[in-house]
Design a protein around this ligand. Structure first.
Ligand SMILES: O=C(O)CCC(=O)C(=O)O
Length: 261
């Protein structure tokens, strides 16, 4: 069973993060704040609470940076968790929520539900499969999943490959400083991580999953529930380059170092 954290992170939580590659923080932000954002996102998608208005299976909406959207990413509980996992002074406050992905109840197979890690540099290339990741996780300190709706097992939870950050770190270690493209990582089966057990990113609105940047994950293929699932996935940006070999590695860096050794 993976760790679920309600308040401050303890040593066991941190060790679970290093081993499994993620932590679930319950009540990381307020459920009322989640409801405000959820309504705004559904309105931006041209929908209401009425199922008749849910005419697509998936909608992506980008780059919301107004205070109600970014406040959930800057709560005291999350800032403390960022300090514990990335290190005080080594991360930048979140100024935008990245892409919101809304999944609506539907049997249609989502065409963007493939296993992947989120690339963190090389974005100038027009083909996203050429975007890159390297063993230092250049450009990204954490992958974060913010639940703005209640997400049960039938509500299209994100799928997480437990421990896959270790497999990916090993492949990236072999690739050195230039790292690998997403295309190369796909061909590598993300460090041969296909047999790893899968966890589902479920929880009530206000839950946040803090994930190692190398954690392999995928959207659910279908949505068998009855309410739209609203998720944001902003990166936590590093304030300085990560260095798995430094004298006082953060848990993120320590997980990489353990995989490389
Ligand atoms: O919607 C989800 O559950 C995850 C989406 C995702 O991983 C992505 O868009 O990169």
């Amino acid at each position: 069973m993976f760790a679920v954290v309600v308040a401050t992170l303890g040593p066991m939580d941190v060790e679970s993060f290093v081993r499994e590659g993620f932590l679930r923080i319950d009540g990381a932000f307020d459920a009322d704040a989640a409801a405000v954002v959820r309504r705004a996102i559904l309105a931006a998608a041209g929908c209401t609470d009425a199922p008749e208005s849910w005419t697509r299976s998936v909608v992506r909406l980008g780059m919301f940076d107004a205070p109600p959207f970014v406040r959930p990413a800057n709560t005291p509980a999350l800032r403390a968790a960022f300090d514990a996992l990335v290190g005080p002074g080594r991360w930048l406050p979140c100024g935008s929520m990245g892409t919101f992905r809304v999944a609506f109840p539907s049997d249609a197979i989502a065409d963007d539900a493939g296993w992947h890690v989120d690339p963190s540099f090389g974005y100038k290339h027009p083909d996203f499969l050429e975007w890159r990741v390297n063993f230092r996780s250049r450009g990204r300190a954490l992958l974060m999943l913010f639940l703005f709706s209640d997400v049960g097992e039938d509500d299209a939870p994100t799928r997480l490959r437990l421990g896959s950050h270790v497999d990916v770190a090993r492949s990236l270690g072999d690739a050195g400083e230039p790292g690998m493209t997403l295309r190369e990582l796909v061909a590598d089966d993300f460090g041969d991580s296909t047999e790893r057990p899968i966890a589902l990113a479920t929880g009530t609105a206000g839950t946040v999953y803090l994930c190692h940047p190398f954690l392999v994950h995928s959207a659910a293929k279908t949505h068998g529930g009855s309410r739209p699932r609203v998720l944001a996935q902003p990166p936590l940006l590093p304030a300085e380059p990560l260095d798995p070999h430094r004298a006082d590695p953060s848990p993120i860096e320590r997980a990489i170092r353990l995989a490389l050794s």
